[in-house]
Design a protein around this ligand. Structure first.
Ligand code: MTE
Ligand code: MO
Length: 168
């Protein structure tokens, strides 16, 4: 009986509430574009993240509650796009950075060396879930989570684009 009630509630929310249905469809269709100094530009939707190794990170919120974020390493996405990481990350390539943009206009940058596994074990992830659930529309569908960074200011929410560029 309980299961039926739950199923009914879920059905009602998704079929009779256009707002929820629209948000769910928007999250499915939303994507992150990886462009700039890449060999292969990417346009990744939520489902496309499944091809990468799934990783988890814990972070505290303002109320000091722990949350577990699930997602993929930013470096794995950039590898796939053919960014100069690993053996190629030396010399002039060390002046390259990833500029991450959000739908509200917020932007942050990470030097490639901050993202490269040969330089650091610190994880910088593209998260799509918090505590096993999709991110809220005000945070997701994609958010960057930076491991152990004291301020959360570079944990950019609502990510839409990652542009690889060289410092002038
Ligand atoms: N898109 C976007 N992401 C953002 C911001 C923003 O204004 N826009 N603010 C940043 C700042 S300054 C902080 S402190 C954290 C706050 O995240 P929280 O609300 O999950 O703690 O988000 C960061 N990510
Ligand atoms: Mo902040």
């Amino acid at each position: 009986m309980k299961k039926i009630t739950l199923a009914l509630i879920v059905f009602i929310i998704f079929s009779a509430n256009p707002g929820f249905t629209r948000l769910y469809a928007q999250a499915k269709e939303a994507s992150v574009k990886v462009t700039g100094e890449v060999l292969t530009p990417l346009d990744l939707k939520l489902d496309d993240l499944q091809q990468f190794k799934q990783v988890e990170l814990k972070r505290k919120d303002h109320d000091s509650n722990d949350h577990t974020y699930t997602g993929v390493m930013l470096s794995d996405i950039l590898q796939k796009a053919g960014v100069t990481l690993g053996k190629e990350l030396h010399g002039k390539n060390l002046s390259k950075y990833a500029q991450v943009e959000a739908s509200d206009g917020y932007q942050v940058v990470f030097a490639l060396a901050e993202l490269d596994k040969d330089f650091t074990d610190r994880m910088i992830m593209g998260a799509s879930k918090i505590d096993g659930q999709p991110l809220a529309p005000t945070d997701g569908p994609f958010r960057i989570i930076v491991q152990d960074e004291k301020k959360p200011a570079r944990c950019i929410r609502m990510v839409t684009a990652i542009k690889i560029q060289t410092a002038k």
